[in-house]
Design a protein. Sequence first.
Length: 591
Amino acid sequence: MKKQWTVFLILAALAFPIQAQYVISSVNELQNLKSLPQEKVYVHHTGPIVFTGEYLHYSFYCFNAQNNRASTISFVGYVALVNQQGEYVMEQKIRLERGKSQGDFFINTDVPSGNYKLLGYTQWMKNNGLEQVFKDDLVIINPYQVDQSQLLPDTSGEITADNPRSFSRPVDSSVVQIKISDTNFGTREKVNFTLKNYKAQLGQGSYTLKIQKKDEMAVQPPKNAISYANDYLDVKGELNKTVGDSLFLPEQRGELLFGKVTDDTGNPASDTKMVISIPGEEFLLKFATTDNNGNFYTYLRQDYKQPRAIMQIAENDPDVEVSLGSLPNLDATGLNFGQFYLKPQYSDEIESRSVYNQLENQFFSVKPDSILLGTPIDPFNGGIPETINLDDFTRFPTFQETLVEVFNYAGYRNNPNGSDYIRIAQDFETYNEQANDFPAIVLFDGVYIPDHEKIKDFDAKKIESISLVRDQFRLAGKDYQGMMVVKTIEGDYFENYAPENGINVPLEKAVSKKNYFKQRYVEGNSKQSRIPDYRRILFWEPHVEVGNTDLQFEFYTSDLTGEFEVVLDGFTTYGKPITVYKTIVVGEDSQ
């Protein structure tokens, strides 16, 4: 059976060759681009004040800017933290599902105190500049550093603290409401609450749900869904470019991966067949062909496990140089930052919060978040492999000898015109199927091997198993007979593999989604009672899907006392923003 593994390098909405920073050359191309709607992003987060040693959690919403519905355009989103010098301090890549995703930043002690901006965007949005990008103020307090000048005002004398509750926020509780039986609770007490949708289909949507301690320091609250909708109402609905401009391509088919090939004189190597391996047990194999400028492109849609790529030419003949492409950040030097200042009245709050953070981090191992496993990758593309574990046979010194002595259907074939190659015998499906002498696709721990002769003497004692698929494959215009996948005992062949005509480079992998820890207390559990509990965030669900039926939730208060806020914030299916706040009080005498 012939399997077609084709790399599609044309976006669905565009009819021109792809380049990383494509230059619009005609009016027709411009119109094709403008037919693809622009996007806009909202990021709900657990700021606005974050201490080092804490996590900043966020939920990510991406919309079609023309109709305010969940976007189906971009497969990848980005969240970044930018300082007042316009420098990117952190950036995370996230995979989008129906326009939504989630993640978190751990703020370590290397991050100085200061006023920051949190940005949310897609590559497609970057074409319209910072105006299109989501922006919100964030304050980071690093109590472990001596220099706090970024958060100290220029004025001298007594500074009066503002009321931290004095800032107004828009709300809309007419569609979905939060129902809690009481507003006063004791520490470590179980709390039940309900989400009620009063408008049936009009209230259905996706919302972020959190319970968080209110800040004791006066600070502008973060944007909520309603203020975001008002602030970004007039962003562009289509690409803001003209003929002759360059642009960022939308990541419609997955995470964009690209590079460039030049010959030994430095000129672009056009029409060069490239193979890109994402190694590991669940490997990915991608092929591409360079364009007239020596550029090649592919998309990674699956949730690959190993953040590494081996990019090399397919046949190991020409003397070329391969380089990995990268996309520039937006120029963030023109951002206007919020002005939060430290005040003497905050010293007790800063000290106690820092101590509580240290205690929470000490006991993090007993309160872990869990990583959600992505969809398993089928590296054989539907083929059923025949696998032989070498421990079941007599061990032979080299890889070539092992094939001769152990395998009936695979072995080296002499090539009078070049290097010897491995061939896998055909699994004939019909009596008149034509025989071929095509080479096999060979991979070691997911690394594509272009020259089979160079692995003849590989130490077979390092091999755990060899798998064969006897189907016929056609990749990038070339036929292959079968696939052989060699798994080493250590599984680390890719770590020291240096392609002769290519590169072995790390990738910035999209962050994994998590199930966030939910504290529960069981009566009589003495071990739990001895563990300190100073959680500021009592409950965090990045995305809750609200339908027509009531949703029931529960959480436990911590050892912290004071006012906590129950927040529902998000959007209906039709793009209407909904924000609801409820305040509860936790105190020792409320039990």
